[in-house]
Design a protein around this ligand. Structure first.
Ligand code: ZN
Ligand code: FE
Length: 253
């Protein structure tokens, strides 16, 4: 059956997501940053947690893991190249596992951290990108370097345009202000920014998004765009160098 999704917020700007397969009753949660919010989301939905999918080691994604695992007995899946405690099954780039009859392909997207794993359900057309790709943004590069982050984003650019993208933070209005500074003439970006301002006033989440919308408006995916290149004076540069310049400008924005 079709997967069902329940997104909930925690801390100041984090999102967690429950993934539910109604025919088997199995439920996975992406990350476990805060035990109380995670357990509240399970109570709200009435869903019983069977799996936890950990994207990376940062505390806002893992701090609640011991308590949620103890409370639910869920099987914990996480990146193979990290020493995160309480992980039962560890996977790397291209590894697949089956959640409730649905194939999940792990995509390693290092840059923000070296362990970052994204969870892609190809038959369902949905991906959980952690702190790699956000609505109108991308993660700050902490442990890797900018060429590494660009190589990771290229793996996401290769996904089908209709792919639905759930990310882990609500940073969209700040991302939009920056995006307009490097791509001011982009009418789709202008339109989305107005939509997002209204959504945030109503308290609505701006995640999930789609790869198609991000390819049209997210400057971190648009290093090949001639208008952005001209705006930056980088017409002859590599895509990697254009991405690096955009990321550097965001860091200093
Ligand atoms: Zn992080
Ligand atoms: Fe985070």
């Amino acid at each position: 059956m079709a997967l069902q999704f329940h997104q909930f917020s925690y801390m100041s700007d984090n999102y967690g997501v429950l993934i539910h397969e109604p025919s088997t009753g199995e439920t996975a949660m992406v990350d476990a940053g805060d035990a109380a919010s995670s357990l509240a989301a399970l109570k709200d939905t009435g869903w019983a947690l069977s799996h936890i999918l950990i994207t990376h080691h940062h505390g806002d994604h893992t701090a609640g893991l011991p308590e949620v695992k103890a409370a639910t007995g869920a099987t914990v899946i996480g990146p193979s190249n990290a020493s995160i405690k309480n992980v039962d099954e560890r996977y790397g780039d291209g590894d697949e596992f089956v959640f409730a009859g649905h194939v999940c392909r792990c995509i390693h997207t290092p840059g923000h951290t070296l362990d970052m794993l994204n969870f892609y359900f190809p038959d369902d057309g949905v991906i959980f990108t952690g702190d790699t790709l956000f609505t109108l943004g991308c993660g700050r590069v902490f442990e890797g370097d900018k060429p590494m982050m660009w190589a990771s984003l290229k793996k996401l650019i290769a996904l089908p345009a209709e792919t639905v993208v759930y990310s882990a933070h609500e940073y969209t209005l700040a991302n939009a202000r920056f995006a307009l500074s490097v791509d001011p003439g982009n009418s789709a970006l202008q339109r989305r920014t107005l939509d997002f301002e209204q959504m945030r006033e109503r308290g609505e989440a701006t995640s999930p998004t789609t790869m198609a919308e991000e390819m049209e408006t997210n400057p971190f995916l648009r290093a090949a765009d001639p208008t952005i290149r001209a705006h930056l004076g980088l017409e002859g540069a590599s895509d990697e160098a254009v991405f690096a310049e955009i990321r550097t400008r965001k860091d200093n924005f």
